[in-house]
Design a protein around this ligand. Sequence first.
Ligand SMILES: [Zn+2]
Length: 533
Amino acid sequence: MTGCSSLRYTAGSHCLSTPCWRISSKKSCCRLCFGCVPCDGRVENGLEGSGYGSWGPRHQCLPVLGCHHGRAADKMPSAGHLQAPALRVRSSQVSAGRPREREALAAVPLFQPQNLREDQVLSLEGRPGDLTCKSQRLMLQVGLIHPASPGCYHLLPYTVRAMEKLVRVVDQEMQAIGGQKVNMPSLSPAELWRATSRWDSMGKELLRLRDRHGKEYCLGPTHEEAITALVASQKTLSYKQLPVLLYQVTRKFRDEPRPRFGLLRGREFYMKDMYTFDSSPEAARRTYSLVCDAYGSLFDRLGLQCLQVQADVGSIGGTMSHEFQLPVDVGEDRLALCPRCSFSANVETLDLAQTNCPACQGPLTETKGIEVGHTFYLGTKYSSIFNAQFTNVHGKASLAEMGCYGLGVTRILAAAIEVLSAEDCIRWPGLLAPYQVCLIPPKKGSKEEAAAELTGHLYDHITEAVPQLRGEVLLDDRTHLTIGNRLKDADKLGYPFVIIAGKRALDEPAHFEVRCQNTGEVVFLTKRESWNY
Ligand SMILES: [Zn+2]
């Protein structure tokens, strides 16, 4: 086992594989890899066989398909990387052999990969000028999303798979710093918002409604009020229990005046919001750095180069705030960066006339960015209103020091596609690709049709031999289509690896064409080689 050079270890991670569930105190597995061999192939949340990476002291890291996060070719595994360590699996894992159910396309008549022309996509959106960026166009073209109403999209099956993977990575990072997951109602009573005066100050962005009794609600865009009231209801909170870090990944609502850029600026979207409660300002600042570091780690693992910039506190409030910005032209935020020192800020926070760095006086440069995360140090702004208290070391009641931390989950997905994709082909962060491998058997009625059965065997073998690929291999059995057409779809959809049973599948021994879509490398592997994986 050579391991990969980018291995990074972490202490104190949760082990996500049942039956472990423990927090590992030891240095454990590679966090950049696609995954490690799970204890027994089971992973949490009923996502059995989904192949998500997991780590823990008992897991051995296999740098299979790993580290192809990001777009830089030098980060990609070479074909050699794929052949060698990926396929070296302990014999005990390959011995037990009943065939698994294959994930295939032909049996799923609805929501197949699409390859729509730009004019067909435009008619989907319904309004001219609504196709505003690359990620939106590509996601519509291949059938990842479908417009429902302005700023609202149906997330189709591939997108849901990618989203679930993203949520999994977010969960890993939040739980690694002690975050506990909750789930709060989207319906948020008006009286909570009146208590903080935000019922009025949020203005038209707040989507408001009334129930049959005339009681007023909003559909939550954020949950400072709700979570603070929840924590305040826990009357016995002691300083010994702090810090408390609570987070959720839920749908949020914002009545955007002009929704655009597909999933980048919608009216209904997924957000991860974390709220933290500490016993002192110093402790709260430590928690703040901890969460910012976790965000850094998350974006590293996704292969996204994010900037942490000084930001305005806006309607959330507090005394310190940072945004995590992904630099890209379509971004709506203007960022000022100092090439000399590490200063970076959203221009909103600077004086209009300011052209020099406030830290070193060097000239500032400007770039555009998509905000994918936002952190706020809130102090006691909300805890003082809802009386969120704890018993301090002297036995006296004391107000909790709070922070809140958002991540735009659907936005990260779209922004990653925006940044990583080519003009005509989607490219995903390796961790998020809906399927890792697409297997293309020969066309029905073609000379190579005899190799169809071999492809099925290869599918069974790969998913049997490489546990982290269970549920990650898709058989494109739309055999009425040519290999070329299916390869075109596969390239557009961005599966990291495509395996084709073409002409050389009839060789003795048969050879399969393995394409690494991120590097463009192509190698031919025999069935014997695949059996030795
Ligand atoms: Zn500077």
